[in-house]
Design a protein around this ligand. Structure first.
Ligand code: F6R
Length: 241
């Protein structure tokens, strides 16, 4: 595990964007595993800036997102498909048909999970998996549990995650209670894993990854033995390590 400590969110985002730039430059048809949430927003902005000045080409890139809320479609501004379009895909030359996000409104959610695993299998292994970090140690929406779930699955979001995500919705009742998430296997099978974590609220989870044992009660802890795991943290997120 390589830990890069940065002064603040902006520096963390710049470092993360440089890492992604390097992968896209070295492998123009790379498979990127992408994340949503507030943390990668500025990383995506930096990538858009590089694209705008002609320094990056996404025309052959494939992207596979981690997760999607159950019940939200691509027109809902809180869906992760909408987020990705707004924060990255609409601003670069990635082909939309090469971008994958689970379908949160699939009638048969189990079949959707299988379809998503087939997509991951077809294009994988993922060259670079970008991850945010849940306050409770979740990655994607792999929530703390007594076992790791390796395949794509439907998950009931924990109280902690619902509370953390309510800031994006008008009220807590609007926060979806379920999501579809990629399982742990494609994440640990990715050639490179890059996690970004910012702010005091992430300090406990960062400490568990760095100092704790591997346990499904902190799903992110599994990353500590990935041979190409880079954790980029700002000062506040790094305050307990
Ligand atoms: C998003 C995702 C989640 C977030 C995590 C942190 O696709 O998979 O694991 O990365 O909830 O979210 P923020 O960055 O909003 O703190």
């Amino acid at each position: 595990m390589k830990i890069i400590k940065c002064k603040d969110y902006e520096e963390m985002s710049k470092r993360a964007a440089s890492y992604i730039r390097a992968i896209v430059t070295l492998k123009p048809n790379a498979v990127l595993g992408l994340a949503t949430g507030s943390t990668p927003i500025s990383t995506y902005k930096q990538l858009i800036e590089c694209y705008n000045v002609g320094k990056l080409d996404f025309s052959e890139i494939i992207s596979i997102n981690l997760d999607e809320y159950v019940g939200l479609d691509d027109k809902n501004d809180q869906s992760y498909r909408y987020f990705m379009n707004e924060n990255l895909f609409n601003h670069i030359n990635i082909k939309k048909e090469n971008t994958y996000v689970p379908n949160g409104i699939a009638k048969d959610l189990e079949a959707e999970c299988k379809r998503y695993d087939d997509i991951i299998e077809k294009f994988g292994p993922i060259d670079l998996q970008l991850l945010g970090l849940g306050q409770n140690g979740h990655i994607g929406f792999n929530e703390p549990d007594n076992h790791f779930s390796f395949e794509t699955h439907v998950v009931s979001l924990t109280e902690n995650t619902i509370m953390a995500n309510k800031r994006f919705f008008n009220s807590i009742d609007e926060v979806p209670k379920k999501a579809i998430t990629m399982g742990i296997y494609p994440i640990i099978n990715a050639k490179n894993v890059l996690m970004v974590a910012s702010g005091k609220v992430k300090a406990d989870a960062v400490e568990k990854i760095v100092k704790g044992n591997i346990t499904p009660e902190c799903p992110a802890s599994i990353l500590k033995y990935h041979k190409n795991f880079v954790l980029i943290v700002d000062e506040e997120a790094a305050s307990k390590i």
